[in-house]
Design a protein around this ligand. Structure first.
Ligand code: SF4
Length: 349
């Protein structure tokens, strides 16, 4: 993890702070009402910061309104036009993301730095494999990971020369090995917080796998202070997946942990159907509370001996257990009733 931290509004990122979960609004600023709804949904899901594309000066008022409604900090995503960086900072965003090398002349970038410094705003230098030029690639011997690092470094040098250190770094690629190498190098060389993710990871299972593998490997190496899962789909899925990655790595807990066996020839019940059946009865269990759904009484309670609450199939219905010890049994008709009374006894008070 980084040794430095920054504050994006009230959100501390980097250093000893928890790994943060971010997303990006998919609704354009043209539709402020939908933006506010999406933003609220993200905050409810546990999203801690949201990036907003700010592509056009005429949307400055919409950005200002969104800022006034936001429960969590916003980061304006700026490309090519330094005026947009200036406008968004003046509108009050606590952070902007710039793409290395596309903020116009050194004078314009220096102006952005002065404004950001006055407002204590954070600048994220975000390099993306899609915007690497042929020249940059050739200069790095066609080493794409190194090209990403160099793009970040070139911009970083300028910021540091202007004594601007309220910085987050980011280097993303569609390739997992490239992203890992680029971030490992940045983490080795600089103390600044790192935002990590795999760009354009794709839809559904492919997207979830790519994000989980890429982000998971980096986090497991202690690299990354804030994550964004990239999913072709609703933004809340990005947040949900982000927390699932953190849960799986036991880095951060949000929501209860659901364990279920893959089933085998010993199964007494349809585990998939039972998971769906009991989900409504579990309500809002506390972060980290573990529930196991297992196919048989022979191995279930033993295999899920660490679970706070377990249910396994049995010849006559279900067995309910906690930490490997059987508590009671239930039939198909009264499962919800028994589950409720068990949760009242062993669940959160
Ligand atoms: S708990 Fe039972 S049904 Fe599930 S995988 Fe283990 S042995 Fe098979």
């Amino acid at each position: 993890m980084s040794t430095r931290s920054v504050s994006v509004g009230s959100l501390e990122i980097g250093g000893n702070n928890p790994v943060r979960v971010e997303s990006m609004l998919k609704t354009p600023l043209e539709d402020p009402e939908e933006c506010a709804i999406e933003l609220h949904g993200l905050a409810e899901e546990g999203c801690e910061m949201v990036r907003v594309a700010f592509p056009d000066p005429s949307k400055a008022e919409a950005l200002r309104i969104l800022l006034s409604q936001a429960e969590i900090p916003l980061m304006a995503d700026i490309h090519f036009d330094p005026d947009l960086a200036v406008l968004s900072l003046k509108a009050g965003v606590p952070a902007i993301r710039i793409n290395p090398g596309n903020m116009g002349s050194p004078e314009r970038l220096a102006e952005i730095l002065r404004l950001a410094a006055d407002r204590q705003a954070v600048i994220r230098i975000g390099a993306n494999s899609g915007s690497l030029s042929g020249t940059q690639l050739a200069e790095a011997g066609n080493d794409r990971a190194m090209t990403l690092v160099r793009a970040v470094e070139e911009q970083l040098r300028f910021l540091l020369k202007h004594r601007f250190e309220n910085i987050i770094l980011s280097a993303k690629s569609t390739s997992i090995p490239e992203t890992i190498r680029a971030n490992a190098l940045l983490s080795e060389r600089y103390p600044y917080p790192l935002h990590i993710g795999i760009t354009e990871a794709g839809p559904d299972l492919r997207g979830v796998v790519k994000n989980s593998v890429g982000i998971g490997i980096l986090l497991n190496q202690g690299i990354g202070d804030t994550i964004r899962v990239s999913v072709t789909g609703p933004s809340v899925k990005e947040v949900e997946t982000g927390y699932s990655i953190l849960n799986a790595l036991e880095i951060r807990r949000r929501g209860f942990d659901l364990i279920s066996c893959p089933t085998c020839g010993r199964r007494r019940i349809d585990v998939q159907a039972l998971v769906q059946r009991i989900l409504p009865s579990l309500g809002t269990l506390p972060d980290g509370f573990s529930v196991a759904v297992m196919g048989c009484e022979v191995n279930g309670p033993r295999e899920a001996a660490h679970a706070d609450l377990g249910i396994s199939g049995s010849p006559n219905g279900y067995i309910l257990f906690s930490r490997g010890k059987v508590i009671t049994t239930a039939g198909t008709d009264n499962l919800e009733e028994v589950l409720k009374s068990v949760l009242d006894r062993i669940g959160p008070k």
